[in-house]
Structure formats: C-alpha cells, structure tokens
Ligand binder design. Structure first.
Ligand code: SF4
Length: 277
C-alpha cells in the first residue's frame, strides 16, 4: 500500500502569514507600496503580491519622500530604517516579532562589555539586519571552525538556523569564553519544521521538500532530511517533480518551508496521488 504523509508543520509560519496579510491590507489601502527585497522568501508569493501592485526598489535613492514602505518579514538594517525615517516614509513594518526580539537583545548588549555573537549565515538579510543593531560589537559565526577565544559573550541565533548545528557551535563557544549569556532565538516554527523533517526522513522511503531555493529554512529542512535519508529531493513547485523518483516508493513524506503557500503544496500532493495511485 502506498502512503503519502504530509508534515503537520508544512507551509506558512505565523510570521509569514502576518507579513502577507499586512502586505495585502496595505495594497488595498495605498495606491503605491514599495518593498526592498522579498517580503517573504517565496517566488510564488512575491509574484502574487507584485501582480497586486507591490513595487520593488533596490536603493533608497529610488524612493520619494513620504513613500509607503513595507519592511519584509526578516527585517532590515538599522541604517536602512534611519534612511526611511529621514525621508519621512510611511513604514508598514512586517518584521516578524521573533526577529524584532533579537534586534532588541543585540541593541541592549551593543554598548556592553559582552561581545555579541550571532550564529547564522553571514550574508542572509536577517543576519545582516540583526548585526546592524549591535554596532561594531558583533561577530557572526557560521561554523565551529570560526570560534575564537572570548571574555564575555552574548549569543543569539538566526531564527532559521539548524538547532543541532547551532548547539555544537554554542558548546564550543562556552569552552572558549569566560562568561556567556545565551538566547535561544531559533524560532519555534523552525524547530518544529526541523523535527518533523527529521521524523519523515527516519520513517519514509523518500522525503520531498517543497520550498524556494533561496529560502534559508527550506534549504535547512532539505539538509536535515538528506543527512538522514539520502532519498530526499528539494523542489520549488510541481513542475520540478520528477515522478519517476518516487514511483518505486511506498512511503512518501512531504514537507515544506515556512514561506511555501498551501496551493503549491497541494499541487505536488495532487500530482503524486494522480500518478501513483
Ligand atoms: S520562520 Fe520564524 S522568525 Fe521567520 S517569519 Fe516564520 S515565525 Fe518568524
């Protein structure tokens, strides 16, 4: 018998739902709405919002004063925020409250004798944003090899980083420093998705991860499942699904990143059901 199991956590998290709702509301309210970068990390969602009128900009010089500016779910830098304020922009802040909380923590320690350490991907916009609130008193660590010797440290994590990998880095920092304040800032939505992906990888013949290739949390789900179950595939949408890969599997596990819309997930499930059953 063939079974298709969809992870309960698959799809939009609270922060993405909130950002999409705020954007849709603002699009109804204002004639022009601008955002820098993707509001959330999913092309389908972004294309849909752009079709409804959301305009993208790359640098603040493209904005007129008093523009309506939407801040994406994973936040912006302190410098960008100041630039919008100087232009007297009307700011619609869709930054996820979980990310805001990290901004507040690093701001608090920015002028202290604790070195702020962010565990995360150095070039991810969320991490770049968090780092900007710590001023010069910050170091971003992505792997265990980068850990040095420290005196006092305040540690935070990128919300979508791998829980297990972050813990390994933290263990090493604890050994290499004299005093630590540790904030576990990997968000609950991420932890639940990672643990569900792990369970699927342990119990299913194949795991299909659906998400945008630029989405950090979707990539992480893929890495976690792939490490346990080599028969894991990562697709953005139904068009990328090679049905031959799953035709010999009787237990098919499906999960999706926190910014993958339900209709994209359902299209994949429907194709599998049509072709396999
Ligand atoms: S993954 Fe977590 S931090 Fe990111 S938007 Fe979703 S709830 Fe917020």
């Amino acid at each position: 018998m063939i079974e298709v199991t969809l992870a309960k956590s698959a799809g939009f998290c609270y922060g993405v739902k909130r950002a999409v709702t705020l954007t849709n509301e603002a699009l109804q309210q204002y004639n022009e709405l601008y955002s820098k970068g993707n509001v959330v990390n999913n092309k389908n969602v972004v294309n849909d919002l752009e079709e409804k009128g959301l305009k993208r900009f790359s640098t603040v010089s493209e904005l007129a004063s008093n523009s309506n500016v939407l801040i994406r779910a994973h936040g912006i830098t302190n410098e960008e925020l100041k630039e919008y304020e100087q232009l007297k922009c009307n700011i619609i802040d869709a930054t996820c409250p979980n990310v805001k909380k990290i901004h507040d923590i690093v701001r608090k320690y920015s002028n202290s004798d604790y070195k702020v350490i962010i565990i995360g991907d150095k070039f991810h916009p969320e991490v770049v944003g968090i780092a900007s609130y710590a001023g010069d008193n910050v170091e971003i660590i992505t792997s265990e090899n980068e850990v040095k010797k420290y005196n006092k440290v305040c540690i935070v994590e990128q919300t979508t980083f791998s829980k297990e990998y972050a813990q390994r880095i933290i263990d090493k920092i604890v050994l290499a420093s004299n005093e630590q304040i540790i904030y576990n800032t990997i968000c609950e939505a991420t932890s639940i998705r990672q643990s569900d992906a792990k369970k699927l990888a342990e119990t299913q013949d194949i795991v299909v991860v659906i998400g945008d290739k630029e989405s950090a949390n979707s990539n992480r789900l893929y890495e976690i499942a792939k490490e346990i179950n080599k028969n894991t595939i990562f697709i953005e949408n139904v068009n990328e699904l090679n049905i031959n890969k799953i035709s010999n599997c009787s237990k098919i596990g499906i999960t999706a990143g926190a910014s993958t819309p339900d209709d994209v997930i359902n299209e994949v499930i429907n194709l599998i059901k049509r072709e396999i059953f």
